[in-house]
Design a protein around this ligand. Sequence first.
Ligand code: THG
Length: 370
Amino acid sequence: MNRITLSPRIRITPYHASTAAAGVSDISVYNQMVMPTSYGDLKAEYDRLINGVAIWDVSVERQVQISGPDAHVATQYFTARDITNMVEGQGKYVAMCDHAGRILNDPVLMKLSGNRYWFSIADNNMLLWCKGIAAERGWDVEVIEPDVSPLAVQGPKAEDLIAELFGEHVRELKYFWFTETELDGIPLVLCRSGWSKQGGFELFLQDGSRGDDLWAKIVAAGEKYDIGPGAPNHVERVESGLLSFGGDNTPDSNPLEVGMQRYVDTDTDVEYIGKAALQAVVAAGGPERLFVGVNVAGDLTEAWPLPVRTPIMQDGQQVGTLAAIVHSHRLGRTIGLAQISRAVVEAGTMVDVQTPEGPRPATTQQLPFL
Ligand code: THG
């Protein structure tokens, strides 16, 4: 068993004491911050997410806030999607790319009151990127990481619980839309979002001194729904085909190679970093690799993410990389997420994947599985 040595360099979250009291057993590090990944019973955590309601400390989804007179111009330039028509209270799933069109992040972008935007980021230092480019461009913007720490409430019973706490109007919120609100004086942004397809909300706490208060209020109200602690669920996310940025992609992947083609605009007049490179990929007929599911022969006992991506082979040649492999109880088979050569995917031919339990034959399929 390995342990992680904590120091001020690896930040703890505003819910740290609550997660410890709830029995957190495993953590990862993400955006230089502690991310709880299990409370010791992965099967129970999965069942709670599929059938009930779970509370997750996802403070590690940090916000990069862009505000000021040039906020829209700057935010658009960082975003490989046309955000011209975005309105206050709306969120969108977007890609941020470098100048070669390689994906740097897959945040949820939110447009807040007062000419402010939040990139709710995956694991990569976008604060540094945005600050550097804004300064070089001479834009009149402030780029900061505000005191904001999301708490996810996920599962089919999440909506009833959130409606009880915040009112029936929350049922009308569309996906990724949000309201700036409070709970007994705790300031937060309530968004219909979260890294699962089981439904739910994220409460973006805006005062890091109130984390344990907020956790306690959710757990007290959730008692009658049998709420329990959990974390972004590795099995459910594979079944749902949700991208884990940094894990699923290779460092040179463009967003079309990680399943984000629906969220990338190349036929647009707006300017953004990487646009020319992505237009060239489209003009060439599409990306070289696709993000797909694999159906793997045989059962598997291992339930954790792979420590490294493993090669996917065909006829002795590497044709892709496997990022995740799990046993799905709902599907009754072993499934994985992979980046595989488009030619191989389109031919529909068998591949060989390296699993923690040896090599196995596999077929490819479109995502999601469920
Ligand atoms: N919460 C917050 N920020 C985040 C994440 C989060 N930032 C990084 C990362 N996680 C973003 N990743 C995703 C990926 C997919 C979805 C949500 C966050 C998702 N997708 C839906 C789907 O695929 O069906 C809907 C997408 C759509 O149609 O627009 O839910 O977890 N705060």
